[in-house]
Ligand binder design. Structure first.
Ligand code: AMO
Length: 433
């Protein structure tokens, strides 16, 4: 299929065909270099003008930057070349010429603003340090899948076009489905729960979710990728154990398999989280936040945590941690409350010092309590009949959670904007490309 030699696999003494992009042409007079770049790195191609065929020199040096070329020739050792090797060409073929006016400079010498980069993502990802983010994202997903399989979880795919929302009405994107109102799904929540009652028992899904978030922030997207997990016969504490294991597996996979990418991103010692993550109750969390004195107004029981509160607590804790036992009122209808204190829920969040990464909890699996929960939150249980009905036919106790993949990438790599962690972001301003 692709039988070229990659730039960094060239071996001195052999004849090789390399193919890739013209990163740069350096003309020193009698001698000139074409720096060829492919996904593995760069290779110097040497042109000695007086000693080589004129046509060959003209083609090799006349080509515009970022054109795609295939070059065949002898690979030689050259200590002065950046990689210690260079290729002396016998033939140069231009496979795709590039316009001399580039919308951004993939060599990175000229900085481009984020919107320009996102408009020209193809060129943006020719920069090794940008490509590295997506190699790492891919490794995170690989490690997470492997971890899920190791704990006996089956990968599922659930519909993205749905009749009802699950996470609150205002965030829904409506669409028309053959003349009927439908929505883009905000979360696989109800489907993954239905599957713990099926023969599968323990499932995960990695897929897109859609939210009509009004706010345009550095950590919200209107289309994101979620890693969802749900398991029968576990409680919220065991679900947190799997959540913590997943996060550690992702960091370990990256530490082990992405050393070059971490180097490119300037990491000097990439720290994988160690030890058990602290589990603070919501009550302890607000006490600690209030004690930092960072907030203008003290938080009271029942308040959701504003961004400044998350940051103050994150700085205080100094690593990943869970917040458990949230007030029932600020958690969704599917989260179970404590029987001895219905104000308190078995919902939890996994926090990075900078932001929330995961929400989850023990679910209400008892039919009557579930339907009562719908009514308490002002939802019509009739609309969710396809879901509640299955709770009449043997729904085991279960718990689960969901990560936002982009937030995981963003916090792992210290990216300032969530858009850096997604190829083609969807936000209030951006619907194309
Ligand atoms: P929640 O709504 O908290 O929970 O979402 C789970 C995680 O997904 C990420 N996330 C987002 N990332 C980027 N842009 C967004 N607009 C966005 N919205 C959410 C966050 C968040 O922590 N069904 C529950 C999960 C469960 O209980 O299993 C849910 O969707 O990292």
């Amino acid at each position: 299929m692709d039988n070229r030699t990659h730039a960094t696999n060239a071996v001195a003494g052999e004849t090789a065909t390399v193919a890739g992009w013209v990163h740069e042409i350096r003309d020193l007079g009698g001698i000139a270099f074409l720096i060829l770049r492919d996904r593995t790195g760069k290779l110097q191609i040497k042109f000695e003008k007086d000693e080589m065929d004129d046509g060959l020199v003209e083609t090799g040096l006349g080509v515009h930057r970022e054109s795609v070329v295939a070059v065949t020739g002898a690979v030689e050792e050259e200590p002065r070349a950046p990689t210690g090797l260079e290729l002396v060409p016998d033939s140069v073929e231009v496979l795709a010429d590039a316009d001399p006016e580039l919308p951004l400079d993939p060599s990175g010498k000229v900085d481009a603003e984020l919107p320009t980069r996102l408009d020209n993502r193809t060129l943006d990802l020719r920069k090794p340090e940008i490509k590295a983010i997506f190699e790492i994202r891919s490794e995170i997903l690989r490690s997470v899948r492997e971890y899920f399989r190791s704990v006996g979880s089956t990968e599922i795919n659930t519909p993205k076009i749905v009749a009802t929302g699950t996470e609150g009405g205002t965030e829904l994107f409506p669409i028309t489905y053959f003349g009927q109102e439908a929505f883009m799904n905000q979360s696989p929540q109800l489907f993954k729960q239905l599957m713990v009652g099926s023969g599968l028992e323990r499932v995960f899904e990695i897929g897109p979710i859609f939210r009509a978030e009004e706010h345009n922030t550095p950590r919200h997207l209107n289309e994101a990728t979620m890693i969802d997990f749900e398991s029968a016969f576990v409680d919220h504490h065991e679900a947190m154990d799997v959540c913590e294991g997943t996060l550690k597996a992702a960091y370990e996979g990256v530490a082990e398999n992405c050393t070059e990418e971490l180097d490119l991103l300037g990491y000097d010692g990439f720290a994988t989280p160690e030890g058990d993550f602290p589990r603070l109750t919501y009550e302890e969390a607000i006490e600690r936040i209030n004690a930092t004195g960072e907030l203008d107004e003290q938080l009271v029981w029942g308040d959701d945590l504003p961004t400044e509160a998350e940051k103050a607590l994150g700085a205080d804790v100094g690593g990943h941690y869970f917040i458990t036992d949230w007030p029932s009122e600020i958690k969704p209808f599917y989260i179970q409350d404590y029987d001895d204190d219905p104000q308190l829920s078995k919902g939890f969040d996994l926090m990075h010092p900078q932001m929330e990464l995961v929400s989850g909890g023990q679910r209400e699996h008892r039919y009557d309590e579930l339907v009562a929960g719908f009514e308490q939150q002002g939802l019509d249980p009739e609309q969710f009949d396809y879901y509640t009905r299955m709770f009449k036919y043997g729904m085991p106790p279960h718990a689960g959670w969901a990560y936002g993949v982009e937030r995981l990438v963003m916090t792992m790599l210290g990216l300032g904007n969530i858009r850096e962690a997604v190829l083609f972001p969807r936000d209030r301003q951006r619907l194309s490309p």
